[in-house]
Design a protein. Structure first.
Length: 300
């Protein structure tokens, strides 16, 4: 026991805490902080806790793996985006990231909760004009995770909002409300991924668990230089012109923001129109027109 105490005292004597300048008790900006009264101490209870954690760690890891696999087995086709990259040896690595529709289902099924969500709007001006960025942050809890801080953003310069046919769009043509909504959705999505360890999952692991990736959007990062390029578009999917037509019809019909997404999931097991088979475009347009007529009758 005496030897163990000496060992603990030796570890404690080697503990050295360094805080950034200006932080800590009595610290001022640009000056080293004053000595702190309490330090991180290694005592008998801490060692016992770590030893117990080491014993059950394999069980915790296996339990989380089973939860993750159960989540993946419920995934819908098109709920993921595949990122491809090549290493220096030319080997292709494929990582999967979930979309918001998938995260939304997981939140409901597994009781993921958020609290103290706040947001802010940043407006900047540069040579390209006005730029608007929305930031969301809050705390997420779920599984064995409690109150984990998470942050997300969306900006009018993001490719999805800020470009059309490769050209930058003026700020007047961008739906600012959609940018803010995207930032909020991104916060929820990031929270779910952190809670269940669903970040950058190897695509092979998803396919092994039965997740359909044939309709997933694929983004390829070239081995030389930065940026990304998309592979040739699947000729069996709706063309850009057809997607624009669908978007305009939805806008004219003034459908609720979640109506189209819900229909895509139920009718076609996909999460966005870019995954729609070409031979289903007419069928979808007819459904949109029926929703529009129904809405007009309700208004009368």
């Amino acid at each position: 026991m005496v030897e163990k105490k000496k060992e603990i005292e030796k570890v404690n004597s080697e503990v050295d805490i360094v805080l950034p300048s200006g932080e800590g008790k009595g610290g001022e900006k640009g000056k080293p902080p004053a000595p702190i009264e309490e330090a991180i101490m290694v005592d008998e209870k801490t060692i016992e806790h770590l030893e117990k954690l080491a014993e059950i760690a394999p069980r915790i890891i296996e339990a989380r793996r089973k939860i993750r696999m159960a989540i993946l087995k419920t995934a819908l086709a098109g709920g993921w985006v595949i990122f491809e990259s090549k290493d220096q040896a030319g080997v292709v690595h494929r990582k999967a990231e979930m979309g918001f529709a998938e995260a939304d289902r997981i939140m409901g099924d597994f009781g993921v909760q958020f609290r103290d969500i706040t947001w802010r709007k940043e407006v900047e001006m540069d040579k390209a004009g006005e730029k608007v960025t929305f930031w969301y942050e809050g705390f997420v809890s779920g599984g064995n995770i409690r109150n984990l801080w998470v942050q997300a953003r969306a900006c009018t310069r993001d490719k999805f909002f800020g470009k059309s046919h490769g050209e930058a769009k003026p700020i007047e043509e961008i739906d600012i409300a959609s940018v803010q909504q995207a930032a909020y959705h991104c916060l929820l999505k990031e929270g779910v991924k952190l809670v269940f360890g669903l970040r950058s999952i190897p695509a092979e692991e998803l396919e092994k668990e039965g997740v359909k990736l044939s309709t997933a959007q694929t983004i390829s990062f070239p081995s030389s230089g930065s940026g990304y390029k998309k592979p040739a578009r699947d000729s069996n999917l709706a063309s850009p012109a057809q997607l624009t037509l669908i978007k305009n019809r939805v806008k004219e019909a003034k459908l609720p923001e979640d109506a189209l997404q819900n229909h895509l999931e139920v009718a076609y097991q996909i999460s966005e129109t870019s995954q729609l088979p070409k031979d289903k475009v007419t069928e979808l347009l007819e459904w949109i027109d029926r929703q529009k007529k129904g809405k007009k009758q309700e208004d009368l």
